[in-house]
Design a protein around this ligand. Structure first.
Ligand SMILES: O=P(O)(O)OC[C@H]1O[C@](O)(CO)[C@@H](O)[C@@H]1O
Length: 396
């Protein structure tokens, strides 16, 4: 995959994880040690795998970046992506790059790339599957029956809101978060009306949804997709997922299939009907699940390769889910929060709607009064996961 030259010239400082006390620093120094402990407890890995995982953790905190082994299938690709970075500490390279490489190396350490018996075994499957099988999902499936009694506009509002707040239910995030209840004031930018206007404008066309997490986020994403297809708002939906396990709970094709099956097997009539329709839509090609290596690349969407760029340029609208996709959309930089969302998202090849709860320092498109009020609370509002945005950029 070649790296494209970006037409966009960002100006804000790139986020790095070498500032003690910063959110990014905490991801490497607090979150990852806890994540590694949970991963090693979740499956009976042998001594060699365990030692490799511990070695990675130590390297990422106190060592320097080492490229994948020369024999690795993606050695050349990573050598190119990391040009100029190898041999530097993990903290002094872009946070987005380092975090992505951590997940690549974690898969390597547990034998995911093989050859061997652990090839293709998803280290995060125990967490994702437990969530999907859990009582909270039962409740959410049962609650879908209430949609039947709603007017069309009310149903649309509920489905958008569920897809948005479903992003709070992220497993990686919940490792160190305490969570909380929803409040309208938690929505810092609300382009919901523009979202539906864009859907109507796209009517009859192809809509892309770039997924984030499996389980309790993918579930409402799929229900929203069913709404778009069943209501004739889209003739075709392309659901983009990760090509392999990533950022703990990110959805892969396997997760999509398990979620559709969970819907189909539900005792809730509405959920069952959604599951059946999605299955049929996949049979007919109205819903396709696609992926691309770039979704696990350590780069922002400015550097999207030409084939993916032209694929996304061909859709009427892209719905972009979650925090990481947002970082990749606007650039993982310390933008002044009042920076225009439209300007930072203008490079994206289609009109784009970001549905994101805030779990990292990056944020744009917030008015000055809101920023001042949030700063005044003393709360870590950019990273707590409590707040969210619906932001739309029409140009594409
Ligand atoms: O699942 P989401 O919404 O993309 O959130 C993932 C986020 O979690 C972190 O990996 C750690 O909090 C962030 O760096 C990242 O952006």
């Amino acid at each position: 995959m070649t790296r494209e030259t970006s037409p966009h010239v960002p100006t804000a400082p790139v986020i790095r994880s070498d500032v003690p006390g910063s959110f990014a620093w905490g991801v490497f120094h607090e979150r990852h040690p806890e994540l590694v402990r949970q991963v090693l407890d979740a499956l009976p890995y042998g001594p060699a795998q365990r030692a490799e995982v511990e070695r990675l953790l130590a390297e990422s905190i106190t060592g320097v970046l080492e490229p994948p082994a020369e024999s690795a299938h993606d050695h050349a690709q990573w050598l190119a992506w990391g040009e100029g970075l190898w041999g530097r500490t993990w903290g002094e390279v872009p946070f987005l790059w380092a975090e992505s490489y951590f997940y690549r190396r974690l898969l390597d350490a547990i034998g995911y790339f093989g050859p061997g018996a652990w090839q293709g075994v998803d280290p995060f499957a125990p967490f994702k599957n437990a969530e999907l099988a859990g009582a909270a999902v039962d409740d959410e499936l049962a609650a879908l029956n209430k949609l039947d009694g709603l007017r069309e506009d009310q149903r649309a509002e509920v489905l958008l809101s569920s897809a948005l707040w479903g992003n709070r239910a992220d497993l990686s995030f919940r490792i160190t978060s305490t969570g909380g209840d929803l409040a309208a004031s938690d929505l810092l930018a609300d382009d919901s009306a523009a979202f539906w206007a864009e859907v109507r404008r796209a009517s009859g066309g192809r809509i892309a949804l770039i997924a984030d997490n499996a389980g309790r986020e993918l579930l409402p994403d799929l229900v929203l997709i069913d709404h778009l297809l069943a209501g004739g708002l889209a003739t075709e939906v392309v659901l983009y997922v990760k090509p392999r396990p990533y950022y703990v709970s990110d959805a892969t094709t396997t997760d999509v299939l398990l979620t559709v099956e969970r819907l189909r097997a539900s005792s809730s009539g509405h959920a069952k009907a959604v599951g059946r329709r999605l299955w049929q839509a996949m049979n007919q090609g109205d819903l396709s699940v696609r992926t691309h290596e770039f979704f696990c690349a350590p780069l922002s969407f400015h550097d999207m390769p030409a084939d993916l760029r032209s694929e996304l340029a061909g859709v009427a609208m892209t719905i972009l889910k979650g925090d990481l996709n947002y970082r990749r959309l606007v650039g993982d930089r310390l933008w002044p929060p009042t920076t225009s969302f439209g300007e930072t998202a203008a490079h994206f090849p289609s009109p784009v709607a970001a549905l994101r709860t805030l779990k990292s320092d990056v944020i744009v498109g917030i008015d000055a009064a809101t920023v001042a009020a949030l700063d005044g609370t003393g709360e870590a509002w950019r990273t707590s996961g409590r707040h969210a945005v619906v932001q739309v950029n029409r140009a594409g």
